[in-house]
Structure formats: structure tokens, C-alpha cells
Design a protein around this ligand. Structure first.
Ligand SMILES: [Zn+2]
Length: 207
């Protein structure tokens, strides 16, 4: 078994060419990155010593590493703030960065394709969205049609509840594990030996 940890939305950094398109106050919000996720991710890396790990270096407003590049939502609305020439230049830069991130991961996964791979993506979610309070502490996202992922989700939930019985843990909340993302892509490419789960932590813990 090989363990892989990733953190796609770790950073709110922007490349120089894109900086003027995004207001500084937006960069501090959950729109720009997963607040708190990087600290948890780095602790997990230290603790679990995964065979492979990697973290995003730029804000998802530049490009969302957890979307297929052909998905319109991979690129934020802030591209509209740029003139056409700059926008296409920055998009090309973003696409190259996206490909590089995905290639490193796929290389590891393919090199170990004969072994079982467990992938945990570490994310966080905003406690309130559009005026609605999300009444969950930790979400575990996976594909319910994949037995190994179902089993792992149960194990992780049981362990969280053992350590912190007060915590509200929900499956496939606030998003579905089967939506477009890195795990979805890897499931298709690698097949049943791969199990990809995303851990979504409520950002209220990081305030
Ligand atoms: Zn995320």
C-alpha cells in the first residue's frame, strides 16, 4: 500500500502578471484558498510520512488544480479583469502550472499502479455560504460505488469520532466525491487499485 497526500488549495499566492486583477481582500478569503488546510496537511505529512505528497503553490483563482482544465470553472472570473492579450498569456501560464502539478502526481500513481494507492486530498470549507450555516465539522468525500473508498471513509469517520466524539462528520458533504476533481480523474485513469478520498475541514477551526 502506498499513501499519497495532496493539498490542491494550499496557497493564496498569485503570479506577478495576475496580481492586479484580484483585490487584496479577496485573497484573504476562502475564495482564494482553503484556509487552514496547509497547516493540517503539513502536520499529516510529518505524522503519516506518505510515499508521496504535493501541495499547490498558487491560488485557485489563478487555476483550480482540483478541476479538469477543460472545465470552465478551472479559471476564475477574475480573468475578465485583464485585457485579452494578458488574459491569454496568464491562462497559458496557468495551464502549464496545472499540467506540471497533475503530471507529477500521475507519474507517481502510474509508477505504483501495481500496488494499492490511498490518496487523501486535504481541503477546507467556509462555515457559511450564501447565508447558510454548514452544520458539519468534517466532511469525507468519496465515490460510494467504490468499496475500498466506502471502507476507508468508515474507518476515518470512526477514528475521528473515537478521538473527538463531539465532532459532526458527514459523508460527501459539503460536496460530492464524484464531482469533477483530481480524485475523479485518477479513478478513471488508474482503476480499482486507487482509492481517493477528500477530507473537508470546517474553516471555523482556523479562526
Ligand atoms: Zn479545496
Amino acid at each position: 500500500m502506498k499513501l499519497m497526500l495532496t493539498c490542491e488549495h494550499a496557497s493564496n499566492r498569485l503570479p506577478a502578471a495576475f496580481k492586479k486583477a484580484i483585490p487584496a481582500e479577496v485573497l484573504k478569503t476562502h475564495r482564494a484558498y482553503d484556509i487552514g488546510a496547509l497547516a493540517v496537511f503539513r502536520k499529516l505529512v510529518k505524522f503519516a510520512k506518505p510515499e508521496f505528497y504535493c501541495e499547490g503553490k498558487f491560488s485557485r483563482l489563478f487555476v483550480d488544480l482540483n478541476r479538469t482544465i477543460t472545465n470552465k470553472s478551472a479559471f476564475s472570473e477574475y480573468y475578465e479583469q485583464l485585457d485579452k492579450a494578458t488574459a491569454s498569456k496568464v491562462k497559458a501560464q496557468a495551464t502549464a502550472y496545472w499540467s506540471e502539478y497533475r503530471t507529477v502526481i500521475e507519474k507517481f500513481v502510474k509508477a505504483n499502479a501495481k500496488k494499492e494507492i490511498i490518496h487523501l486530498g486535504i481541503h477546507s470549507f467556509t462555515p457559511e455560504l450564501n447565508g447558510k450555516v454548514r452544520n458539519t465539522d468534517i466532511g469525507i468525500l468519496y465515490d460510494p460505488s467504490r468499496p475500498k473508498e466506502c471502507e476507508l471513509a468508515q474507518v476515518i469517520k470512526a477514528e475521528i469520532k473515537r478521538l473527538h466524539p463531539e465532532m459532526k462528520v458527514r459523508f460527501n458533504y459539503p460536496y460530492k466525491g464524484t464531482s469533477d476533481g483530481l480524485t475523479t480523474t485518477l479513478r478513471k485513469k488508474i482503476g480499482p487499485r486507487y482509492a481517493g478520498l477528500e477530507i473537508e475541514i470546517n474553516q471555523k477551526f482556523f479562526k
